[in-house]
Design a protein around this ligand. Sequence first.
Ligand code: KIV
Ligand code: ZN
Length: 509
Amino acid sequence: MKGVDIHGNNAGNEIVEVFDTTLRDGEQTPGISFTNEQKRTIARQLDKLGVDIIEAGYPISSRDEMEMVKLICDEGLSAKICGLARVLTQDIDACIDCDVDLIHIFVPSSKIQRDHTTKMSEESVKEQTYAMTKYVKDHGFLCMFSAMDATRTRQDFLVDLFKTAEEAGADILNVPDTVGVSEPFSIFTLVDEIYHAVNVPISIHCHNDFGLAVANSLAAVKAGASEVQVAVNGLGERAGNADLVETVMSLNAIYKLKTNIKTEYLFETAKLIERFSGVQIPITKPIVGENAFSHESGIHAHGVIEKSDTFEPGIMTPEMVGHRRRIVLGKHTGRHSIEKKLSEIGMSPPKEQLDEILERVKALSVSGKKVTDDDLFTIAEVVTGEVARHERVVTLKELSVMTGNNLIPTASLKAVVRGKECTSAQMGVGPVDAALKAVQEIIGDEIGGDIELKDFRIEAITGGSNALAEVIVGVKKGDRVVTARGARDDIVMASVEAYINALNRLLQR
Ligand code: KIV
Ligand code: ZN
């Protein structure tokens, strides 16, 4: 039992092992360094997630790294703990001192790396591989052997080298695409050849230089690899390693292969690494990105509200990965999304109001504002609290204000009052004062007599200088007091809207 035959009978392992290298290759991401406490938290999280092997570090690299690997070994986790070592006794001894479960030895095998780094001949690479694999095994440890830069190594030599490691007792052979130059067909052919040449399990370690690390890992599994080496959020040298979440979910949902991963913890794991690494997950990142299960456009949101599989893969749901589905409000929003969100808080406005709410949500979004649910609810409250369009005495048409430190604030306003267009320009102590005075002038004859502004409050609904502003006004005429609201991203507009809403109520017959 060494590989996974997904073509028909499952002749090999049913479970694909997940080898996580977030703490080793992941930490080699330029600019990333986890604290020791963060590393322990990450190891616990990976264990909770169900990874089979945690590559905890490269013990020989520093005293601190060695201490850290030891601490992780002492955590008593279910996952096997692996330490990395060159094919050198001092490196292997450092892993032995940490008491890891598995020692991962590697040696450059391609000509370019041998010529320019180790200066070792193919023959000496083989000899050293044999000797060091045996050394690990003689000390009673599990041994993984990696031929570094395997995908740029002369193929006959590579196969020979893997056979040498097998002969010396290696438990698993790893095929690193060290500089990420493979593509799925070439990696399939290579792993297929190795798979048929040896009799131990094969692991695949792909880098993402061309964005193909996940696809290449899947192709390798198809060719017989039974272990994938991955990192959370695809961290790793240069463009990173194959992403754990994407690889696992593809194996699980598309290939129908099992892993020991508890997929419901994938999202929280990705978020933990995002926080600790400081590398933000792009909103469009598959599976764990903010938008992975978000829908805005009318057609999509409508479909998803009816049946989520219409515009989602279906074979993977947000619940499966611990994420959530969101209906996002924006300029592409349709009526169904608004209706659904409002129905969740018990509001079911009639069609005319729904159209008005939709129009305002779109306008707010076009102005560059991210429209939140709170914005929607405030808009809906304002619109549903307004006097019905056909009963309105006053409808605002245009408003412009001028203000500044060397200007007297002035507002010009055009409105339709009982079907007749009226204009007014007024000055005030500030732009809101000027605008409200202009409204008063227009409406004066209609209202007949003094109106008093009793209450005036402004609230920002969501943060930021472009927040939706809600204005609440109380207006008194005689013994009648009415309260009304306005909600716009422009404070002056919101004030005028609230004021006109109040006047319409006062004038309502
Ligand atoms: O990319 C690589 O070749 C490695 C080896 C140490 C396996 O990370
Ligand atoms: Zn690597």
